[in-house]
Design a protein around this ligand. Structure first.
Ligand SMILES: O=C(O)CCC(=O)C(=O)O
Ligand SMILES: [Fe+2]
Length: 263
Protein backbone atom coordinates (compact mmCIF):
# COMPACT_ATOMS: atom_id res chain seq x y z
CA UNK A 1 0.00 0.00 0.00
CA UNK A 2 1.34 3.38 -1.02
CA UNK A 3 1.80 5.90 1.81
CA UNK A 4 1.32 8.83 -0.54
CA UNK A 5 -1.30 8.92 -3.28
CA UNK A 6 -0.05 10.77 -6.36
CA UNK A 7 -2.77 12.94 -7.91
CA UNK A 8 -3.34 15.70 -10.44
CA UNK A 9 -6.16 17.46 -8.61
CA UNK A 10 -8.15 17.17 -5.37
CA UNK A 11 -11.65 15.81 -5.91
CA UNK A 12 -14.41 14.32 -3.78
CA UNK A 13 -13.68 10.88 -5.29
CA UNK A 14 -9.98 11.19 -4.41
CA UNK A 15 -10.67 12.13 -0.79
CA UNK A 16 -13.12 9.24 -0.50
CA UNK A 17 -10.47 6.91 -1.91
CA UNK A 18 -7.92 8.32 0.53
CA UNK A 19 -10.23 7.67 3.51
CA UNK A 20 -10.59 4.01 2.51
CA UNK A 21 -6.85 3.58 2.01
CA UNK A 22 -4.00 3.36 4.48
CA UNK A 23 -2.30 6.32 2.84
CA UNK A 24 -1.11 9.19 5.01
CA UNK A 25 -1.07 11.81 2.30
CA UNK A 26 -1.73 13.06 -1.22
CA UNK A 27 0.85 14.73 -3.43
CA UNK A 28 0.38 16.82 -6.56
CA UNK A 29 3.81 16.86 -8.13
CA UNK A 30 4.39 20.09 -10.08
CA UNK A 31 1.31 21.86 -8.73
CA UNK A 32 3.15 24.96 -9.90
CA UNK A 33 6.22 24.86 -12.21
CA UNK A 34 9.46 24.35 -10.19
CA UNK A 35 11.18 27.44 -11.66
CA UNK A 36 8.19 29.56 -10.73
CA UNK A 37 8.20 28.12 -7.18
CA UNK A 38 11.86 29.11 -6.71
CA UNK A 39 11.27 32.60 -8.13
CA UNK A 40 8.28 33.09 -5.86
CA UNK A 41 10.32 31.88 -2.84
CA UNK A 42 12.97 34.55 -3.55
CA UNK A 43 10.31 37.23 -3.85
CA UNK A 44 8.64 36.17 -0.60
CA UNK A 45 12.02 36.15 1.18
CA UNK A 46 12.36 39.83 0.26
CA UNK A 47 8.94 40.78 1.61
CA UNK A 48 8.90 43.54 4.25
CA UNK A 49 6.15 41.59 6.03
CA UNK A 50 8.33 38.59 6.83
CA UNK A 51 8.50 38.49 10.62
CA UNK A 52 9.14 36.22 13.57
CA UNK A 53 6.55 33.74 14.78
CA UNK A 54 5.26 34.91 18.15
CA UNK A 55 5.85 31.67 19.99
CA UNK A 56 8.06 29.48 17.83
CA UNK A 57 11.56 30.82 18.11
CA UNK A 58 13.51 31.45 14.91
CA UNK A 59 10.71 30.49 12.49
CA UNK A 60 9.68 33.34 10.17
CA UNK A 61 6.38 33.87 8.44
CA UNK A 62 4.25 36.17 6.32
CA UNK A 63 0.91 35.90 8.07
CA UNK A 64 -0.06 34.77 11.54
CA UNK A 65 -1.19 31.31 12.59
CA UNK A 66 -3.89 30.62 15.14
CA UNK A 67 -1.22 28.92 17.26
CA UNK A 68 0.34 32.36 17.79
CA UNK A 69 -2.76 33.52 19.67
CA UNK A 70 -1.84 31.29 22.62
CA UNK A 71 -0.47 32.93 25.70
CA UNK A 72 2.25 31.40 27.84
CA UNK A 73 -0.40 29.44 29.77
CA UNK A 74 -1.46 27.69 26.53
CA UNK A 75 -4.86 29.47 26.42
CA UNK A 76 -6.00 31.85 23.72
CA UNK A 77 -5.03 35.41 24.55
CA UNK A 78 -7.97 37.69 23.52
CA UNK A 79 -5.66 40.55 22.49
CA UNK A 80 -3.54 38.24 20.33
CA UNK A 81 -6.70 36.73 18.82
CA UNK A 82 -8.08 40.19 17.89
CA UNK A 83 -4.70 41.08 16.38
CA UNK A 84 -4.66 37.81 14.40
CA UNK A 85 -8.19 38.35 13.01
CA UNK A 86 -7.55 42.03 12.19
CA UNK A 87 -4.46 41.29 10.08
CA UNK A 88 -5.80 38.49 7.88
CA UNK A 89 -6.44 40.62 4.78
CA UNK A 90 -3.25 42.61 5.20
CA UNK A 91 -1.04 39.51 5.12
CA UNK A 92 -2.95 37.78 2.32
CA UNK A 93 -2.51 40.92 0.20
CA UNK A 94 1.18 41.01 1.10
CA UNK A 95 1.62 37.40 -0.05
CA UNK A 96 -0.20 38.12 -3.31
CA UNK A 97 1.74 41.30 -4.09
CA UNK A 98 5.11 39.75 -3.14
CA UNK A 99 4.56 36.95 -5.69
CA UNK A 100 4.10 39.42 -8.57
CA UNK A 101 4.50 39.17 -11.53
CA UNK A 102 3.65 35.54 -10.79
CA UNK A 103 0.12 34.68 -9.70
CA UNK A 104 -0.14 33.68 -6.03
CA UNK A 105 -0.10 29.86 -5.78
CA UNK A 106 -2.86 30.28 -3.20
CA UNK A 107 -5.34 31.56 -5.77
CA UNK A 108 -4.75 28.39 -7.77
CA UNK A 109 -5.13 26.29 -4.63
CA UNK A 110 -8.44 27.81 -3.51
CA UNK A 111 -9.82 27.53 -7.06
CA UNK A 112 -8.87 23.85 -7.28
CA UNK A 113 -10.34 23.00 -3.87
CA UNK A 114 -13.54 24.89 -4.60
CA UNK A 115 -14.12 23.29 -8.01
CA UNK A 116 -15.55 19.91 -7.02
CA UNK A 117 -16.72 20.17 -3.42
CA UNK A 118 -16.78 23.86 -2.55
CA UNK A 119 -14.21 25.27 -0.12
CA UNK A 120 -14.28 28.14 2.35
CA UNK A 121 -12.07 29.67 5.01
CA UNK A 122 -13.07 28.95 8.63
CA UNK A 123 -14.50 31.93 10.57
CA UNK A 124 -14.33 32.76 14.26
CA UNK A 125 -17.19 34.99 15.45
CA UNK A 126 -17.94 35.90 11.82
CA UNK A 127 -14.34 36.90 11.04
CA UNK A 128 -12.18 34.89 8.66
CA UNK A 129 -9.19 33.00 10.09
CA UNK A 130 -5.87 33.21 8.24
CA UNK A 131 -6.37 31.09 5.10
CA UNK A 132 -2.65 30.31 4.68
CA UNK A 133 0.77 31.72 5.52
CA UNK A 134 4.30 31.65 4.19
CA UNK A 135 6.77 29.83 6.41
CA UNK A 136 10.50 30.32 6.30
CA UNK A 137 12.56 27.72 8.13
CA UNK A 138 16.02 29.19 8.77
CA UNK A 139 19.30 27.31 8.52
CA UNK A 140 19.89 24.87 11.42
CA UNK A 141 16.22 24.98 12.41
CA UNK A 142 14.43 21.76 13.33
CA UNK A 143 10.62 21.68 13.49
CA UNK A 144 10.33 19.20 16.32
CA UNK A 145 7.80 16.31 16.34
CA UNK A 146 4.26 17.60 16.90
CA UNK A 147 0.75 17.15 15.57
CA UNK A 148 -1.96 19.64 14.63
CA UNK A 149 -5.59 19.15 15.69
CA UNK A 150 -8.11 22.00 15.40
CA UNK A 151 -10.42 20.44 17.99
CA UNK A 152 -7.63 20.56 20.59
CA UNK A 153 -7.00 24.25 19.78
CA UNK A 154 -10.59 25.53 19.57
CA UNK A 155 -12.97 22.88 20.95
CA UNK A 156 -15.81 25.42 21.10
CA UNK A 157 -15.70 26.04 17.36
CA UNK A 158 -18.47 23.88 15.86
CA UNK A 159 -16.51 23.03 12.73
CA UNK A 160 -13.66 21.62 14.84
CA UNK A 161 -16.04 18.93 16.12
CA UNK A 162 -17.33 18.14 12.64
CA UNK A 163 -14.11 17.72 10.67
CA UNK A 164 -13.41 14.07 9.93
CA UNK A 165 -9.88 14.48 8.55
CA UNK A 166 -7.48 17.35 9.15
CA UNK A 167 -4.76 17.63 6.55
CA UNK A 168 -1.66 19.79 6.75
CA UNK A 169 -1.54 21.36 3.29
CA UNK A 170 1.79 22.71 2.05
CA UNK A 171 3.01 24.12 -1.25
CA UNK A 172 6.78 23.60 -1.27
CA UNK A 173 8.67 26.51 -2.82
CA UNK A 174 12.31 26.07 -1.81
CA UNK A 175 13.94 23.08 -0.14
CA UNK A 176 17.25 22.79 1.62
CA UNK A 177 19.88 20.82 -0.35
CA UNK A 178 20.56 18.93 2.89
CA UNK A 179 18.15 18.21 5.73
CA UNK A 180 14.73 19.84 6.03
CA UNK A 181 12.93 16.53 5.38
CA UNK A 182 9.35 15.95 6.47
CA UNK A 183 9.03 12.85 8.66
CA UNK A 184 5.76 11.22 9.69
CA UNK A 185 4.94 8.63 12.35
CA UNK A 186 2.02 6.42 11.27
CA UNK A 187 1.03 5.29 14.74
CA UNK A 188 -2.04 6.93 16.30
CA UNK A 189 -1.30 7.75 19.94
CA UNK A 190 -3.98 8.29 22.58
CA UNK A 191 -4.17 11.66 24.40
CA UNK A 192 -2.64 9.99 27.48
CA UNK A 193 0.26 8.60 25.41
CA UNK A 194 0.75 12.01 23.79
CA UNK A 195 0.98 13.63 27.23
CA UNK A 196 3.72 11.18 28.12
CA UNK A 197 5.58 11.94 24.89
CA UNK A 198 5.65 15.71 25.56
CA UNK A 199 9.00 17.43 25.33
CA UNK A 200 9.87 19.19 28.56
CA UNK A 201 9.98 22.96 28.07
CA UNK A 202 8.15 22.92 24.72
CA UNK A 203 4.64 24.30 24.28
CA UNK A 204 3.77 21.97 21.43
CA UNK A 205 6.41 19.34 20.74
CA UNK A 206 7.05 15.68 21.51
CA UNK A 207 10.35 14.20 22.57
CA UNK A 208 12.06 12.44 19.67
CA UNK A 209 13.91 10.25 22.17
CA UNK A 210 10.61 8.87 23.47
CA UNK A 211 9.32 8.10 19.97
CA UNK A 212 10.12 5.14 17.72
CA UNK A 213 11.87 5.97 14.45
CA UNK A 214 9.60 7.81 11.99
CA UNK A 215 7.83 5.57 9.47
CA UNK A 216 8.33 7.75 6.46
CA UNK A 217 10.44 10.60 5.17
CA UNK A 218 8.56 12.35 2.39
CA UNK A 219 10.39 13.77 -0.61
CA UNK A 220 9.02 16.98 -2.04
CA UNK A 221 10.31 19.21 -4.80
CA UNK A 222 9.76 22.93 -5.42
CA UNK A 223 6.26 23.37 -6.82
CA UNK A 224 4.79 20.26 -5.15
CA UNK A 225 1.58 20.39 -3.15
CA UNK A 226 1.36 17.86 -0.32
CA UNK A 227 -1.54 17.06 1.97
CA UNK A 228 -0.97 14.74 4.91
CA UNK A 229 -2.92 13.75 8.01
CA UNK A 230 -1.81 16.44 10.46
CA UNK A 231 -3.14 14.53 13.49
CA UNK A 232 -0.25 12.08 12.99
CA UNK A 233 3.03 13.10 14.64
CA UNK A 234 5.31 14.80 12.11
CA UNK A 235 8.56 16.76 12.12
CA UNK A 236 10.92 18.58 9.80
CA UNK A 237 14.57 17.55 10.24
CA UNK A 238 17.26 20.16 10.83
CA UNK A 239 17.89 22.33 7.79
CA UNK A 240 21.60 21.91 7.10
CA UNK A 241 22.01 24.49 4.35
CA UNK A 242 20.11 27.61 3.27
CA UNK A 243 16.48 28.27 4.06
CA UNK A 244 13.36 26.21 3.40
CA UNK A 245 10.25 28.05 2.21
CA UNK A 246 6.69 26.84 1.89
CA UNK A 247 3.12 28.07 1.94
CA UNK A 248 1.13 26.34 4.68
CA UNK A 249 -2.47 25.82 5.61
CA UNK A 250 -4.77 23.19 7.07
CA UNK A 251 -7.61 21.55 5.19
CA UNK A 252 -10.63 20.02 6.90
CA UNK A 253 -12.66 17.29 5.18
CA UNK A 254 -16.10 16.16 6.18
CA UNK A 255 -18.01 13.88 3.78
CA UNK A 256 -20.78 15.70 1.93
CA UNK A 257 -19.72 19.16 3.12
CA UNK A 258 -17.59 21.90 1.54
CA UNK A 259 -13.90 21.73 2.40
CA UNK A 260 -12.63 24.19 5.00
CA UNK A 261 -9.20 25.74 5.38
CA UNK A 262 -7.42 27.86 7.99
CA UNK A 263 -4.14 28.23 9.78
O1 LIG B 1 6.86 21.98 6.35
C1 LIG B 1 6.40 20.85 6.32
O2 LIG B 1 6.81 19.99 5.52
C2 LIG B 1 5.30 20.48 7.29
C3 LIG B 1 5.19 21.46 8.40
C4 LIG B 1 4.10 21.16 9.39
O3 LIG B 1 4.36 20.79 10.49
C5 LIG B 1 2.68 21.35 9.02
O4 LIG B 1 2.37 21.78 7.90
O5 LIG B 1 1.81 21.06 9.87
FE1 LIG C 1 2.57 20.52 11.69
Amino acid sequence: MKSIIEAKTITKALLEEWCESEAIGIRIHGFIPPDEALEIADRLLNSKSLSNYQNIQKMLSIGQSFFETYGLDGNTDPVALANYLDHVDYFQNEIRSSCLPYPSPLDKLWKMLDADMGAECVSIDGQSMTPALVRVFPEYYEFIPHNDILYRDVPKLKISQEIKIQFAMNIYLKNSPEGGKLQVWKQHFSEVELQQLSLAGSEFGYDRNKLPLPDIEIETEPGDLLLFDSTLIHAVTTIKQGVRVNISSFLGYQPGMPLVYWI
